[in-house]
Design a protein around this ligand. Structure first.
Ligand SMILES: Cc1cc2nc3c(=O)[nH]c(=O)nc-3n(C[C@H](O)[C@H](O)[C@H](O)COP(=O)(O)OP(=O)(O)OC[C@H]3O[C@@H](n4cnc5c(N)ncnc54)[C@H](O)[C@@H]3O)c2cc1C
Length: 517
């Protein structure tokens, strides 16, 4: 396949992945270029003419890969679009009611106060899916090319400098055979390539490995977030209701907890986060989530409701101490790709957006200087260090590690960390990669209270009302495989070219169609 002739496209700045990080970054860059040009017109300085900015997204539509409900710190949204309310940003509600509870197998014990780190006063419940579907066209209006259905498959290099990406070939069968619908991926060249692929992005992973960008850092540790959107009988959901739980169904040695958010139109967002550095080799986050819903207090909340949508995704939990070097010759890493996530608060949207916006400031300076090397890109790290996201990451840098000796110790240590700006009793904590915590089956089955050689948990009964098996859930996640979506659209570069040469509106119906929650 090496002799295949590929279409090429040259842009100035390429963002990979249309999540909150890239969209905020691309829009900010356009705003900054606008300001720069106004200033240049006034002062007779050099204008930045015809800078092309593109965002490619592997999802079928912009926003289609977003997992729905979230509690959002809206600071970056206010900075980016101070008139977001007038523009109709689809936030669900300001947080109105908060509940932090400990679950035993049967009981729910509500904390009399909301612990300060979990206080969401002034934050907003949003559907990330709706927010990104709304933000996409706003970004596009500002003259940024948004190109869905374009997965970046490889990075392109000139020596050690990143010079763009190659998008994935389309129309290749499961066994690698070439189908009639085959269309080779395109090479997109850029002066700066910004990776906003989210958690464990495929290009990011290779880039980090190639340049040892994580040298001297803790390995990244992940959690799995499993969630569903439910429609409840009218009047039962309070928009802005936010509940966090600890305890059941997670054993003491497994990091994580539950969350429930109230949205508009009687919709409830419910999910469970499970640290993937668990010891029990039988751990199954999907199954634990079914058990979570069967807890009497949770089942009662969901009674009479209908599950509409399911999603699951990893969360990079390692924070500051696991952050790779997030700049280099011709590239920047933003958002979850660079571990910009506050694991204590389970909040990454604002960090993703802010990191994208700081990347935009760096790129503006690089465009003005016409330099895109490591030294120029390193300004991004300076900007991050001066910003509130660094301060926030710094204070929670040991949070996840605090739980490596179990929940009880973790709560004490993280409480101390909160009081000491992240130091706690133990100072900066090293971690190993999550999988290294997993006990071998034969060792696990020999633990003192082990029931024998078989998995200890009873099988979950899937009743298709409250609990759902994995196949039904994957169906409700809207995941499509092979399907002809790409092919039927006129795949490959034709679609890209349409987008580039003013034909972007042609792709809009696809882009805006179908509104997931
Ligand atoms: C269950 C769960 C609950 C959460 N709750 C909250 C919350 O309440 N509040 C909060 O602030 N945060 C929350 N988060 C975290 C938050 O969702 C992320 O931090 C945030 O979405 C990161 O934004 P991003 O732009 O970096 O990446 P993402 O939002 O993951 O977006 C990345 C995009 O890149 C695309 N992409 C990836 N690879 C490629 C490629 N090679 N080519 C083209 N496109 C690609 C993906 O399809 C995706 O659209 C939660 C996360 C999970 C999983």
């Amino acid at each position: 396949m090496e002799n295949i002739e590929r279409d090429t496209l040259e842009v100035d700045v390429l963002f990979v992945g249309a999540g909150p990080a890239s969209l905020a970054g691309a829009l900010r860059l356009r705003q900054l270029i606008g300001k720069h040009n106004e200033e240049a017109a006034r002062t007779g300085g050099r204008k930045l003419d015809e800078i092309t900015i593109a965002v490619i997204e592997k999802g079928r539509e912009i926003g289609s890969h977003m997992i729905s409900g979230a509690v959002m710190d809206i600071r970056p949204l206010e900075e980016l679009l101070p008139n977001w309310k007038e523009l109709g940003a689809p936030v669900e509600s300001e947080v109105t009611v908060e509940d932090v509870s400990y679950l035993t197998r049967r009981f729910k014990i509500k904390s009399p106060i909301v612990p300060p780190p979990l206080n969401n006063h002034g934050k907003y419940v949003v559907s990330l899916n709706k927010l990104i579907r709304w933000l996409g066209p706003v970004v596009e209006e500002s003259d940024v090319m948004l190109i869905p259905e374009f997965p970046a498959a490889e990075l392109l290099y000139d020596g050690d400098r990143v010079i763009g990406v190659r998008t994935g070939d389309k129309g290749i069968g499961k066994e690698g055979e070439i189908k009639d619908t085959y269309s080779p991926g395109a090479d997109i060249f850029a002066k700066v390539t910004v990776l906003g692929e989210g958690s464990r992005g495929s290009l990011t992973k290779k880039l980090v490995e190639k340049f040892n960008l994580d040298e001297g850092k803790n390995p990244q540790v992940y959690a799995a977030g499993v969630k569903e959107i439910w429609e409840l009988p009218k009047g039962r959901v309070t928009p802005g209701f936010v509940m966090h739980t600890l305890g059941y169904p997670l054993p003491n040695d497994t990091f994580g907890g539950g969350f429930i958010y109230g949205m508009q139109n009687d919709l409830l967002d419910i999910g469970l986060v499970v640290g993937l550095d668990y010891q029990d080799p039988y751990t199954d986050p999907h199954r634990l989530f079914q058990e979570f819903k069967q807890h009497p207090a949770i089942a009662k909340m969901l009674e009479g409701g209908k599950m509409l949508y399911y999603g699951a995704k990893t969360i990079p939990e390692g924070g500051l101490l696991s952050q790779p070097k997030y700049f280099g010759d011709g590239f920047l890493l933003i958002g979850d790709s660079a571990s910009f996530l506050n694991s204590m608060k389970l909040k990454g949207i604002h960090m993703a957006m802010k990191s994208g916006m700081l990347a935009a400031e760096t790129i503006l300076e690089a465009l003005v200087a016409d330099q895109f090397d490591n030294a120029r890109m390193s300004r991004f790290a300076d900007k991050v260090k001066e910003s509130y996201i660094h301060k926030e990451l710094y204070e929670v840098r040991n949070f996840h590690q605090a739980f490596r000796h179990g929940r009880r110790w973790g709560l004490i240590e993280s409480g101390l960390q909160y009081a000491t700006k992240g130091f706690g009793l133990l100072g900066d904590l090293k971690t190993e990669a999550g999988h290294e915590n997993m006990k071998k089956l034969h060792v696990f089955n020999r633990r003192p209270n082990a029931p024998g050689q078989v998995p200890q948990a009873e099988p979950v009964k899937y009743d298709n009302k409250l609990t759902f098996d994995k196949v039904s859930d994957v169906y409700r996640s809207g995941t499509e495989h092979d399907g002809s979506a790409a092919a039927s659209q006129g795949s490959g570069f034709q679609h890209l070219r349409r987008s580039l040469h003013g034909g972007i509106r042609q792709s809009m119906p696809v882009f805006l169609s179908g509104s997931r929650l």
